[in-house]
Design a protein around this ligand. Structure first.
Ligand code: ADP
Length: 236
């Protein structure tokens, strides 16, 4: 397993934003992380990527403990936050070179060229980030997440706000990345789960309410409609 989560919890005052959840994820499979707004998805992702300290519980990323070995975890993980913090005044290549530097990558120029090609940024590579459309900014976000070739990728709503063409392109990109990495993606779009995900976890009010393969979940609820399963599990 590349991701193992053990009774992970985060409390804000009296609120249990994440309430002792446990799950795992393996390489070569894409795990869809679903839940209504405010369910605790982003909070969970921030704890897995060492941006937030859990109130209790822990996780291991490729065998590295998020509390005891945060640097080792960050080396192995690529993270695309919900609101990608991009430096809009920087040029695409300048920004990616900067990120590569922070990871201590040796052949920076070559690696930046590789990821630009990989995420389909070639035509826009000479522009300032602030001049890019939402779809291309998202590609810059993906590029910074994969520049150090991490084993694990955590993508928080990577396709939100994209037009239908951009959506297809970014989904294809994610599907390809998922072939040899462990990938968690949060989304509200059931079509996206159908198109991309092998496994699914659903969280509601901080608690895990589903954890299985997409196929097994459909069989368990005797329906092919993920949306109705989602509603059943999250409207209590
Ligand atoms: P999701 O990503 O599923 O929409 P979040 O993880 O962002 O949900 O939030 C889970 C809950 O935790 C929400 O009720 C949110 O208001 C609360 N929360 C998140 N961050 C903070 C914070 N810094 N202080 C207090 N409450 C927070």
């Amino acid at each position: 397993m590349s991701i193992e989560v053990f009774n992970l919890a985060k409390h804000y005052n009296n609120q249990k934003a994440v309430d002792e959840i446990s799950f795992s994820a393996k390489p070569g499979r894409i795990l869809g992380f679903l839940g209504p707004n405010g369910a605790g998805k982003s909070t969970t992702m921030k704890m897995l990527t060492c941006y937030l300290t859990p109130s209790s519980g822990y996780a291991e990323i490729c065998g590295k403990h998020i509390l005891k070995q945060p640097l080792e975890v960050k080396k192995r993980i690529g993270y695309l936050p919900e609101h990608t913090p991009l430096y809009t005044e920087m040029y695409v290549k300048e920004f990616l070179s900067f990120v590569a530097q922070t990871y201590g990558i040796k052949e920076i120029k070559q690696r930046v060229e590789e990821v630009i090609k990989l995420v389909g940024l070639t035509v826009e590579q000479h522009k300032k980030i602030g001049m890019l459309s939402k779809g291309y900014r998202q590609r810059v976000g993906l590029a910074q997440a994969i520049i150090h070739d991490p084993e694990v990728l955590i993508l928080d709503e990577p396709t939100s706000g994209l037009d239908p063409n951009q959506l297809t392109e970014v989904r294809n990109l994610i599907k390809n990345l998922g072939k040899n990495k462990t990938l968690i993606i949060s989304t509200h779009i059931m079509q996206e789960v159908e198109a991309l995900c092998d496994d699914i976890i659903i969280i509601n009010k901080g608690k895990l309410v589903a954890n299985s393969s997409v196929q097994a979940l459909k069989e368990q609820y005797h329906t092919d409609h993920l949306e109705s399963i989602f509603k059943q599990l999250t409207t209590s």
